[in-house]
Design a binder for this molecule. Structure first.
Ligand SMILES: Cc1ncc(COP(=O)(O)O)c(C=O)c1O
Length: 385
């Protein structure tokens, strides 16, 4: 690889941290299932002492994911929630966080039901308007936390504009990039200070492991989050690190296909007479279509749509065959879910109503099967309404 020019995205995904094993030449990174490492003498070792602190398979993944997001390195955790929790352990009682009002339901559950008990305060605002973010910032605000596009309403936040506010106020902007993956959205290049992912989703891509990552832009963050790994211990196992290393090798190819299928399914749904509304940033009637085109290099595979009622949603969800009814997203298979009773049950009825998540809303993570099969399946399922 040239030293002057950064290799392309797919090349980085396949080669950074994925170098052949020095001992055997194996092209697939070895998995190091070990709890400890033999030391040569007191204080002399090969850079690894105990597996909670570090592991060679984990080091490979942390380098790889940082190279994809444009960070200096990353820290991986046992799940997306463990990664988000790790960021919050950098706060102390009295610190304040401004966050989006439509986050994955597990995030406000962590913030409201656990972290607020330690005196950390959270303000939820519609971050699709930059002025709302600026207004909510106080002297004690330490972080602005956004998901873009949001789950499941697919609202966008302008990362560059919010990062400009954060820079002025000297606070960190954290972006959850799970929905787009680094292939379609590069929050660090747009000014984010930390990027978080549930690697469970597109990065792994095969629905066979949980994981989370925080990509860092500053050495102090790397040190602090490394300390959280060591002190709190919610690290990703070597095998699950390997699953993500294996998954990201095809990230670029998978995302291209997810995007092609996503656009076709969104267009099909938008024209379907049983569908009342479609939420997808790639449709020209999405209120932030222009921002989507500017901020993302694809529209992705996440679509929500309105069936009109809980009973309609259930009638169609009972009928799907190619699409699998289940929580989660980002796998090669099309997953279909019901936010009100699944991902956003923890938000409560009142909370869902406030932000516009209805009982008739259905969310699809469009997979990479033949798109005509996905569309035919949705068509026959919608006929049940
Ligand atoms: C956008 C987003 N962030 C974070 C999470 C939490 O990740 P995990 O399930 O890996 O803990 C999820 C889970 O669905 C999610 O959708």
């Amino acid at each position: 690889m040239s030293k002057n020019k950064l290799p392309g995205f797919a090349t980085r995904a396949i080669h950074v941290g994925q170098e052949p094993d020095l001992e055997s030449g194996a092209v697939s990174a070895p998995i190091h299932p070990t709890s400890t490492y033999v030391q040569q003498e007191i204080g002399k070792n090969k850079g690894y002492e105990y597996a909670r602190v570090s592991n060679p398979t984990r080091t490979r993944l942390e380098e790889n994911l940082a190279a994809l997001e444009g960070g200096i390195t990353s820290r991986v955790f046992a799940s997306g929630m463990a990664a988000i929790n790790a960021i919050c352990t950098m706060f102390k009682s009295g610190d304040h966080v401004v966050c989006g009002n439509n986050l994955y339901g597990g995030v406000p559950r962590l913030f409201n039901e656990i972290l607020s008990g330690y005196g950390i305060e959270f303000a939820y605002v519609d971050t699709s308007e930059v002025k709302n973010v600026e207004r909510a910032i106080r002297k004690s605000t330490r972080m602005v936390y956004v998901e873009t596009p949001t789950n499941p309403l697919m609202a966008l936040s302008d990362i560059a504009a919010i990062s400009e506010v954060c820079r002025r106020k000297k606070i960190d902007l954290v972006v959850d990039n799970t929905f787009m993956s680094p292939y379609f959205q590069q929050p660090i290049a747009l000014g984010a200070d930390l990027v978080v992912h549930s690697t469970t989703k597109f990065l792994n891509g095969h629905s066979d492991g949980l994981g989370g990552v925080v990509v860092c832009t500053k050495p102090a963050q790397v040190e602090q989050l490394g300390f959280v790994q060591k002190a709190a211990g919610a690290i990703l196992s070597p095998f699950e690190c390997w699953l993500v290393l294996r998954g990201v090798k095809t990230l670029a190819a998978r995302m291209e296909q997810h995007d092609r299928n996503g656009r076709a399914v969104a267009e099909f749904l938008a024209k379907h007479r049983k569908v009342k509304k479609v939420f997808y940033p790639g449709l020209p009637d999405h209120p932030q279509y222009e921002l989507a085109r500017k901020q993302m290099s694809g529209f992705g595979a996440m679509i929500s749509f309105e069936t009109g009622s809980l009973s309609n949603a259930n009638k169609m969800l009972r009928k799907v065959r190619v699409c699998s009814l289940g929580e989660s997203l980002g796998g090669v298979e099309t997953l279909i879910s019901h936010p009100a009773t699944m991902t956003h049950a923890a938000v409560g009825e009142k909370g869902r109503k406030e932000i516009g998540i209805t009982d008739g809303m259905v969310r699809i993570s469009v997979g990479i099967e033949n798109v005509e099969d996905i569309i035919a399946d949705l068509d026959q399922a919608l006929a049940a309404i």
